[in-house]
Design a protein around this ligand. Sequence first.
Ligand SMILES: *Cc1c(COP(=O)(O)O)cnc(C)c1O
Length: 412
Amino acid sequence: MDPKRSHPGAAGGRDGSPVPEPKRQGSSTAAVHAGEPRQKLGNALTTPIVQTATYTFANTQELRDHFEHRIEREEYGRYGNPTQRTAEEKLAALEGAEDCLLFASGMAAMTTTLFAMLSRGAHVVVTDDSYRRTRQFLNQVLHRYGVEVSTVPAGDFDAIEDAIRPTTRILLSESPTNPYNCVLDLERFGELGRRHRVKTIIDATFATPYNQRPLEYGVDLVFHSATKFLGGHNDLLAGAVLGSTELIDGVRAMQGITGAVVDPFAAYLLIRGLKTFALRIERQNASAQAIAEFLAAHPKVVRVHYPGLPTHPNHEVARRQMRGFGGVVSFEVHGDLATASRLVDACRIPQIAPSLGGVESLIEQPALMSFYELTTEERLQIGIKDNLIRYSVGIEDAPDLIADLAAALEKI
Ligand SMILES: *Cc1c(COP(=O)(O)O)cnc(C)c1O
């Protein structure tokens, strides 16, 4: 096992020898307990939802002590909430990060982080095959404020390096990417950033900290849409940014201005969803692998994009740096847009919806769901094929999901 991956391995101590102190708690233990004080308000076992907009000061002296940093306490809802803090500390433990900051959505996290780190004249290198709104924020919104953006093919390190300029401040990529599941060599990515003194950011939404921990490979900031696998129940919106205290402090100051804070109830739902995090991801990894293998052997399927398959171009990199290959399987069927739609419509278990990572399986055609208003030619230019289907594998029984897909494939 790669020593960088500090997932707990075999437990010692059966023969009475001292049990070695694990470097870090396992994902399940951290998901259940990390960030939570042992005794909580009202002796409750679960984390209370502190549903308040503001916090009271006993007197003016306490106010002075707060502003002069003599005491630690909350001030106003936009600057933090105890329920939010518990969720942040849990995520920081899972990711192995010094600090974490939660937001109202993944995009709130992304936009606030980029606002915090960029100024007029700055340049960003972003890889293609990434979340459409992230690219739009860079190329359309930030561009209006004088930020320059270069888009390069995901995983093409020569192209990334060639795109770096003296004004480059950020290298940004997903890994695995959406929807093609490209996996970036994170060590190389982090090293490239350090060599050029450019901050590196990985949107690791598809992987989750169960499968991959980019900070351990020298990446500066990790981003998650917590709406997806972290929340895991398709019932909340949230986003997270994780990294060093220094970088997160800068983003937190910007969040205090932009106000994209997570609601205390959403933070509670996230804590609740995270309790089963490791169980869910293990199941989703295993089922996605089985589905990918089933699809890869099916005559009506042209290609399967899943890093757990040996045929995937980044399989070796994925094996080195990932513990599991994730719960999203993208695949192309023989035929056109309509053929793919027929398959989507014929499935009885997965629901047709955007999003991914929850307990319910979801299915969609990226060409229609995310890029509806574009023509086939425009979509092809950005690599989105009409016959492409993205399947987010839930926690249902894999044999049921496979039987359902098999029956649906019969109908196209
Ligand atoms: C969903 C998603 C986002 C945006 O997150 P929201 O919570 O929907 O705002 C960003 N990146 C990736 C890879 C995503 O899947």
